[in-house]
Every structure is written in C-alpha cells, then in structure tokens.
Design a protein around this ligand. Sequence first.
Ligand SMILES: Nc1ncnc2c1ncn2[C@@H]1O[C@H](COP(=O)(O)OP(=O)(O)OP(=O)(O)O)[C@@H](O)[C@H]1O
Length: 335
Amino acid sequence: MFSLLRSSNAFAIDLGTNNTLVYQPSRGIILDEPTSISFDTKRSSFFDSGASSRRMWGKNPQHIEVMHPLSKGAIANLTVAKAYIKEVIARIAQSRFFKPTILVSVPSDLNSMERGAVVEACKDGGAREVMLIKDPFSAALGSMQEIELPKGVLVLDIGAGVSDISLLSCNGIVMSKSLRVAGNDLDEAIIEYFKANKRILISHNDAEHLKKELGNLINREEVTMQINVKNLVSRLPERFVASSHDVHQAIMPLVDKMVSLTHRMLSELPPAFAQDIYDQGILLTGGSSMLLGLDCYLSAKLEIAVNVVDNPLQNIILGAGRAMEDVRYSSLLGA
Ligand SMILES: Nc1ncnc2c1ncn2[C@@H]1O[C@H](COP(=O)(O)OP(=O)(O)OP(=O)(O)O)[C@@H](O)[C@H]1O
C-alpha cells in the first residue's frame, strides 16, 4: 500500500470542516479552498465549489443551494461529500482517466462508520485507493516533530469543527481526548450573544470576522467595529458598532471548555511523559489557534508552555505529505 503513495498519481488531502487542502509530493500544496459545494436545484446539477461557492453562502438565490459536506470533522451528507470529492479530483486531474491514490487526514475521534464514509466518498468520487492518517500525526509531522522516538509530543489541534488533544510517542497515540466544539462554534456563540443581548441578527461571515478582528484573550483594551445587521425589533437593517467586550463575553464559555479539555488531558498524563511535556510544552495548531492570545491564555491557566506552530492552517496537510514521503511513517497509514 505504502508504495502506491510514492507514485506520481498520489496525493494527500486534509478534508476539514471548513477548509480542504491537497498536497502532491514534489509540488507541495496544489489546492487550498473552503469545503463548500453548491447545486442548481432547478436543473438538478452541480453549480460551483470551493471559494466561489462559499462566498455565495447566505447570499445565494433561491435556485442555488450552498452545502457543506462536513460538520464537526465528519461527513454530514455522503451524497454531497461524494460530489465534492469528485470536484476536488477533477481540479487536480492530470488526464480524463485520472484515478489517484489518496491519503486523507481525518480527526482521531472518527468512529469506524465515519471513517468508512470518508473512504466511500473518496472512492465514489474517483479515487483508486484510499488510505487514512489521523490528524494528530499529521499535525506533529507538519511541525517536524520526531514522533517515532520514545518521547511524548502533546498536540492540541483546534480547527473549525473539532478540538483534539493527543499524546504521541513511538509512532502511536498514547491517549487522546476531543471535543466537537471549535472555531465554528465560537462564530455561532457570537451570533447567539448578539441575538440575546442586543436584539440584532448578524451573518456567519460577520461573526467570523468579529472573532478574528476583535477576539483577543489577553489584551482587554476596548476595540470596536461597525457591521451591518438586522434589528430583530424593527425587523429593519441597520449599522451597529460591535465591541471587543461583547465578542469576549460571547466566546469565553467555549474557550474555557477548550481549557478544561486540555486540563483533563494534563491531569491524566502517564507520569513517564511528565518530563517530556513540561520540557517542551503543548504544540498548538489548527486555524483557531490564531485566535489572538489563545496560546497565552492556555499557558497562564495551565501553567505550561504553549507553542503555536508556524503555519496553523497548512500544518496538517504538510504533515500528511511528509507521512507519504517518509518510510519511517508508513505504519501511520491505514484504511
Ligand atoms: N485569525 C483567526 N482567529 C481566530 N480564528 C481563526 C483565525 N483564522 C482562522 N480561524 C478559524 O479557524 C477555523 C478553520 O481552521 P482549520 O482550517 O484548521 O479547520 P478545518 O480543518 O476546516 O476544521 P476541522 O479540522 O475542525 O475539521 C475557522 O473556524 C476559522 O474561523
């Protein structure tokens, strides 16, 4: 199986809740786009996928349906996922009869049915062979950790749909914990906060924008941003000034769930790993690790060093690519 991944027809895919990335050995990352597909319901046909599909979300006309094949790290709709993978394969296709071998990086907590759905979606989408690797391995390899050694590496991955913390050693997972709460839930919490406390409705895009621009877990200086909203009392659109204080209030309960997840993991660490982990700290990855001050907040709460990887959004795909290319990691690949 591993030798198949060394052919020119082999690719690694990070199929994330919000973002899909594809890596080809010798070329690097060849696709990086939102995990989104849209259909024309009048013609019952495919309409668009990737960034242009995602941009239409919430602004789509009646006959276009914008769909997200994944929810919380797992395939939410198999038919939609198959159509999406087919589009991804068409984009990277080298010929009409192109049938690639694919290594897919998936969350470590997927059950066998969820893993089976990923394999089925890729095969029906046009892959010849499909192998899986668990995200924590990809994440650690993406930041050049030597996970084959008898030395603990603790990886905290906070993406869009899943937060996962795993302890790795000797090319295996010693223990892991996960929570299906991550970046998208922070956006939802912001929407709910403004609905309940300010009687206004904001879009998903604006909620994500507020999180990225005003979310700050260490600097509590008040910052504001103007957004266009719908007033739930008058039912009319209006301009509204959102503050960093509001964003902070909205997201903190969920951020504290991520702290508790990490705390539970640290409290259950086998003693043999204590030295390794306290020497090196926690490796923080996933797009949500870019929430300003999250690393310092975790570090202060848990009294341990927290190091954000160099490239949180591309770390997993780079690691999956490394696993494909380096025979030391062939045992990490499975079905
Ligand atoms: N600067 C930022 N501040 C806060 N959050 C951010 C920032 N940049 C990206 N994010 C969040 O990162 C998340 C996307 O991360 P990532 O691409 O790692 O997730 P994914 O792989 O699609 O999801 P998952 O691994 O959970 O299936 C989104 O929720 C996005 O809002």
